[in-house]
Design a protein around this ligand. Structure first.
Ligand code: GLU
Length: 300
């Protein structure tokens, strides 16, 4: 029997179940899936349900169903971050044993007050953590979070669309939170641990996460993990120019008209519409279109 050649490519879509799948998250899902399929790779689905208070009951099942109705077929079992506490703990303990993390007592207000005169701002409008608890918490204070130390050196990496990037975590963020003292693991730590455990070779996601990549690469370096390739695709914005998101009430994708929903997402990726009636045919044409466009680096 002939065997199907698979490339070592492993991609993933990792939605947070804070609401149903909307047009913006569909673009990220489609890009990651098309990239994996165009390279004959595996495409995994991971539900990032770490933050229970922000979760919407039923959203995870609704996202999984909508993706299935749209013709997405994930490989392997769906991974739920809420069940991976041990893996995050182990990584955290490795960081702690090597002295890379420390407890921090600062409240948001204290951080904001102490940086008002620092003159440095974050790309997203905030200020870097000034390192108040880096050498120990003030006496009598209790830890609110654990932070990882960042270095005062440039962190260089390449995005397949945005090109070479150079981040300075010390200026952009400062030491950042990997765990809240009341339990929850930070997205930055969990995503690194999971992408590594699932042997993800290619992270394809929305450009709103470009800013997170340097933090994730920093954690990878500290944990001795290899780097995946990155591709950040444009995010959809609403009429007010703000990113479409569950928080701003973006409507759920209408999976009863799958080709229309898929075409809108493909168009947002700059690949036009297909308009084909059958979903199977839509997918094979879309994969071919993606593969051709990827061969022309300027296309995306
Ligand atoms: N869970 C994140 C989100 O829904 C995406 C994480 C990632 O792709 O790295 O925005």
């Amino acid at each position: 029997m002939p065997t199907v050649e698979r490339s070592p490519y492993v991609g993933r879509f990792a939605p947070s179940p804070t609401g149903p799948l909307h047009a913006g998250s569909l673009v990220a899902a489609l890009a990651s899936c098309l990239d994996a399929r165009a390279q004959r790779g595996r495409w995994l689905l991971r539900i990032e349900d770490l933050d229970a208070p922000r979760e919407m009951p039923g959203a995870a099942a609704s996202i999984v169903d909508t993706l299935a109705q749209l013709g997405f077929r994930h490989d392997g079992e769906i991974v739920f971050q809420s069940r991976r506490d041990d893996a995050y703990r182990q990584a955290f303990e490795r960081l702690a044993a090597a002295g890379h993390v420390y407890p921090c007592a600062c409240t948001r207000r204290e951080i904001a007050d102490s940086v008002t005169n620092s003159g440095e701002s974050l790309a997203h409008g905030g200020k870097p953590y000034p390192g108040t608890c880096r050498h120990g918490m003030p006496a009598g204070r209790r830890a609110r979070a654990w932070r990882v130390r960042v270095a005062a050196t440039p962190l260089r990496w390449i995005d397949r669309r945005a090109g070479p990037r150079c981040d300075r975590l010390d200026r952009q963020m400062g030491d950042f939170v990997v765990r809240r003292a009341d339990g929850p693991w930070a997205y930055q730590l969990a995503v690194v641990v999971d992408d590594d455990a699932q042997r993800v070779t290619d992270v394809v996601r929305g450009a709103d996460l470009l800013d997170s990549t340097a933090r994730q690469l920093h954690l990878r370096h500290l944990l001795g993990l290899s780097e995946p390739r990155h591709l950040h695709v444009p995010v959809l914005v609403g009429p007010d120019g703000a990113k479409l998101s569950k928080q701003t009430g973006a409507p759920a994708v209408d999976a009863s008209r799958p080709v229309e929903a898929l075409d809108a997402a493909l168009e947002a990726l700059g690949l036009g519409r297909i308009g084909e009636e059958s979903i199977e045919r839509w997918w094979s044409l879309a994969i071919m279109r993606w593969a051709r466009a990827e061969a022309l680096p300027a296309a995306r």
